[in-house]
Design a protein around this ligand. Structure first.
Ligand SMILES: [Fe+2]
Ligand SMILES: [Fe+2]
Length: 284
């Protein structure tokens, strides 16, 4: 067992992150030919511009933060994450161009001077966003929202986001331990506060346009008739599948999976509760 916050822990989570990087170039990926029905569905999704803007800005912010880090191994790992976020931005731009989705890239918001604080805020946002993105991806795939070849193409990108959030929770635990943030339960309380602030940011995106939380808004665009139970069930299962690829010695984000399991237990205790088995698009 690895003691959290030690040099061995740092070496382990950084090496795991660096060694699991995959090479691909968005331009030369095997983009499938799509029929007009699928293209119409993709064009109806309103968050492409926001998604490109978030990923491109994340690439710049994470790369800029990496340059401020003294520790060479942490700097190398965070610089790699910066490259991967920038590549996500290029991937989305390529998708928009290849399929003529009609979205126009927005200028990125300027970076703040508090790069570490921004990286931490971004990390908690990614933990929340990715959890729901894994679930939505599974739901849309199960419902056959677009041809499976497109899901196959994007599957490794979600694994990449899973790597980012696992790296983040290990990095923040390491950092806080090194800075004497105290016992594990104190770190847990602090991270609960950070998750709560992130949830507030995500929740606010339902009411106004902002640069955060496009995954949350994406939930409204798949036109799939779901109960809360089905949605949470899929989020839990998809998250478990993505997280099963990591070494058990690494920390993983646990708040949302645990909360989801708790809510599911409560729903299933309800006397009139009934479980459906199929996820069907509303239009079917
Ligand atoms: Fe990303
Ligand atoms: Fe990421």
């Amino acid at each position: 067992m690895i003691k959290i916050g030690t040099d061995i822990h740092k070496e382990f989570f950084c090496r795991d992150f660096l060694n699991s990087h995959i090479s691909y170039d968005p331009e030369t990926m095997d983009w499938p030919k799509l029929d007009s029905d699928t293209l119409d569905k993709l064009r109806a999704i309103p968050f492409w511009e926001e998604a490109v803007s978030i990923e491109t800005r994340a690439g710049k912010m994470v790369s800029a933060f990496a340059k401020t880090i003294e520790d060479p191994l942490l700097r190398e790992a965070i610089a790699l994450q910066g490259q991967e976020e920038a590549r996500h931005g290029r991937l989305l731009k390529t998708l928009i161009t290849k399929y003529d989705l009609g979205a126009v890239a927005r200028p990125c918001q300027p970076l703040s001077r508090q790069l570490e604080a921004e990286f931490i805020e971004f990390g908690y946002d990614e933990c929340l966003d990715s959890y729901f993105a894994f679930g939505l991806f599974g739901i849309a795939r199960q419902a056959g929202f677009v041809p499976d070849s497109l899901f196959t193409l994007f599957d490794p990108i979600l694994d990449e986001e899973a790597r980012h959030i696992v790296f983040f929770v290990n990095w923040i635990a390491y950092l806080e331990t090194q800075r004497g943030a105290g016992a594990g339960w104190l770190r847990g309380l602090k991270s609960m506060g950070n998750y709560a602030r992130s949830l507030k940011r995500q929740y606010s995106t339902f009411g106004r346009s902002t640069n955060e939380g496009f995954t949350a808004k994406g939930a409204l665009n798949f036109n799939i008739n779901l109960t809360i139970e089905e949605f949470l069930d899929t989020c839990v299962a998809e998250n478990r599948k993505r997280m099963s690829q990591f070494h058990p010695a690494l920390l993983q984000p646990v708040l949302l999976p645990q909360l989801s399991v708790l809510v599911l237990k409560i729903i299933r205790l309800w006397p009139f509760h009934k479980t459906r088995t199929n996820l069907n698009p509303k239009s079917a």
